[in-house]
Structure formats: C-alpha cells, structure tokens
Write a protein that binds this ligand. Structure first.
Ligand SMILES: Nc1ncnc2c1ncn2[C@@H]1O[C@H](COP(=O)(O)OP(=O)(O)OP(=O)(O)O)[C@@H](O)[C@H]1O
Ligand code: NI
Length: 299
C-alpha cells in the first residue's frame, strides 16, 4: 500500500463468533491480525481496499457509512482495545475526563452518579484511582493499556475486539485482564482476542484461529488445540513447540514478504512436511488449510 506497492495483508478470512464465545486470533508479528481488526471496524486508511462482508446484529458493516460506524457501531456495538493505546487516547485530556465522557455517552449516567461510575470503570481494568488525573503522556505503557481497556469496557458492547490487550502488563495483571475479558464473553457477549501470548489464549479462548501470511490456516476448538489431540497444521504445531514451557524449539526461517507470496502454501518453505503438492495452495476446509495435516491420533 505504500510507495505504489500493493500488499495483500489479509485474504480469504472467514469466521463466525457467537454470543458468549471468545475467539483468539494468533500468529507471528506481521501476519495481518491488526489489519483484520481494523477492517472489521472500518478503521483502515483511505487507500486500503477491502472486500467481503461483516455481519453483526443483522447489519453489514463494510458497506456502512463512516458516520453510522462512528455514531452507532464503534464503542456501542463493537468495542476495541487498540494495539497502540497511547496513540488512541486523547493527549490533551486526563484519563478521568476521557472516562467520564465515555461513561456519559455510552451508559447515560451523569450528574452525581458520574464520579462513582468513572471509578468503577477504572477499577474494571485495574487502573489505579490515584492516576486518574494524569494525562496520557504521564502514563507508562502498562497504565496506558489499562486506561484503553477501561474505556473499551464501558459500553459493554455485544462484540469486543481486544488487540494485544496484555502488552506491557506483568503476569498478575495479565491474568486479571484476561479474567475480566473472559467475563465479557461469559455475560453473553462476543470477544475477539488478538494475541501473541499463547498461554493467555489458552486461558481465555473457546476457539482459536491461527493466521499465517494473511490467511487463517487453522480454526479449532481451544481445548483440543492447546490440549489433546493438539494442533493439526504444522505451523500451529510449530508455534506451540516454540513456547518455553513446551519444547522451546523455534520455527526455522522467517515469514514471507506479503508482496512476494508464493503461489502455493505460504508456509511450505519453512515446513518439514512440505512436498510437491504444496505448490498448490490449500483452501481452508474443515478448519484446516494444509495438504499434510498432522494426525495426532496416529502420530
Ligand atoms: N497502511 C499500511 N500500508 C502498508 N502495509 C501495511 C499497512 N498496514 C499494515 N501493513 C502491513 O500489513 C501486514 C500485517 O500487519 P498487521 O499489523 O496486521 O500485523 P499483526 O499480525 O497485527 O502483527 P503484530 O503482531 O506485530 O501486531 C504487515 O506486513 C504490515 O507491514
Ligand atoms: Ni497487530
């Protein structure tokens, strides 16, 4: 998209997310997770081309007008915890004033009830009350993350997209945040969590989508994926094997450049199971895009 190049950052992605469910979207840096999140919310830059359909509440979002998205969808129907919270907070206003405005707008609470509602909103994301009068530039990365999370939770939107919601948090806060997000789903709402943190994904998700080079290569139940029988796509198996608490074996090689993708399976150059068949791109079928899927039951 820059310098006249066209980058196919996300292709052929299709999934459903039911109320009460959490889907974790995982994959290496640059595979297209955040571009997908931005596309769902109509937040891609003006020169981006998006095709397809996004249905929520019986409404198609990709064709919706910007003012409809801004007025009725973002925050109200779909909440977003952005990947770069610092850039998302308004720099000239304190956290308290931003939270108060969002609480007023999305919950209708005003007047004497407002201070308590603001305090409660901050507490949900473990944002310390004695930091509420700070400006965004006075916050550490972890505090900015918690402020952005507090803002995103206010509307209790039917769908919440959390893009790397645990960045910059220590382990205890990661667990707290994950549990708060999980509650969002348990209350009957949808949750799409984008994360590098596979142990956070295992803790929170009902289903997992593994992305590689702009495509979903495996879509599976989280329990079977992280436990038994385990992942079926060799890339997904490699991601899990790279974890320190597992084999600690990194996947050899690097992901491909998105403007120079091979015709066939994009993972084949790094895959120990690749064969001539992989010159033909595998379609996602029954939750799997691979010609040589692992069959854990017979491994
Ligand atoms: N505006 C843009 N112009 C050109 N390329 C872009 C643009 N936005 C994103 N990309 C490219 O799209 C690809 C996917 O980026 P994206 O941010 O979605 O990755 P990601 O999976 O979220 O990675 P990370 O885990 O690091 O956040 C990257 O190769 C990125 O360079
Ligand atoms: Ni990202």
């Amino acid at each position: 998209m820059s310098g006249g190049r066209t980058v196919a950052a996300v292709r052929d992605v299709s999934f459903t997310l039911a109320a009460g469910q959490c889907l974790a979207l995982v994959g290496e840096s640059g595979c297209g997770k955040s571009v997908l999140a931005s596309a769902l919310l109509g937040l891609l830059p003006g020169n981006a081309q998006v095709r397809g359909a996004v249905h929520t509440d019986g409404r198609e979002l990709l064709a919706a007008d910007e003012d409809v998205l801004a007025r009725e969808v973002r925050g109200r129907r779909i909440g977003l915890i952005p990947q770069s919270p610092a850039g998302h907070l308004t720099p000239v206003r304190t956290v308290r004033s931003q939270l108060a405005e969002t609480v007023r707008e999305l919950t209708g609470v005003r007047g004497s009830g407002l201070p308590d509602a603001v305090a409660a909103a901050a507490a949900r994301a473990a944002f310390p009350s004695d930091h509420l009068d700070r400006y965004p530039h006075e916050l550490s990365g972890g505090l900015a993350q918690r402020a952005a999370t507090a803002l995103a939770l206010v509307g209790d939107a039917p769908l919440l997209i959390a893009d790397e919601p645990t960045t910059g948090l220590d382990r205890e806060l990661v667990d707290r945040t994950v549990d708060e997000l999980r509650r969002h789903a348990d209350d009957g709402r949808g949750l799409l969590v984008i994360t590098h943190d596979l142990s956070a994904a295992a803790r929170i998700a009902d289903r997992v989508a593994v992305m590689y080079a702009g495509r979903v290569v495996e879509l599976a139940d989280a329990k079977g994926f992280f436990g038994s029988p385990g992942p079926r796509h060799p890339y997904a198996a490699g991601l899990l094997a790279a974890l320190p608490e597992r084999e600690f074996t990194p996947i050899p090689g690097m992901p491909p450049e998105l403007d120079a993708l091979p015709e066939g399976c994009a993972f084949a150059p790094r895959c120990g199971r690749a064969s001539a068949a992989c010159a033909r791109r595998p379609e996602l079928t029954d939750g799997l895009a691979c010609h040589h899927a692992l069959d854990p039951a017979h491994a």
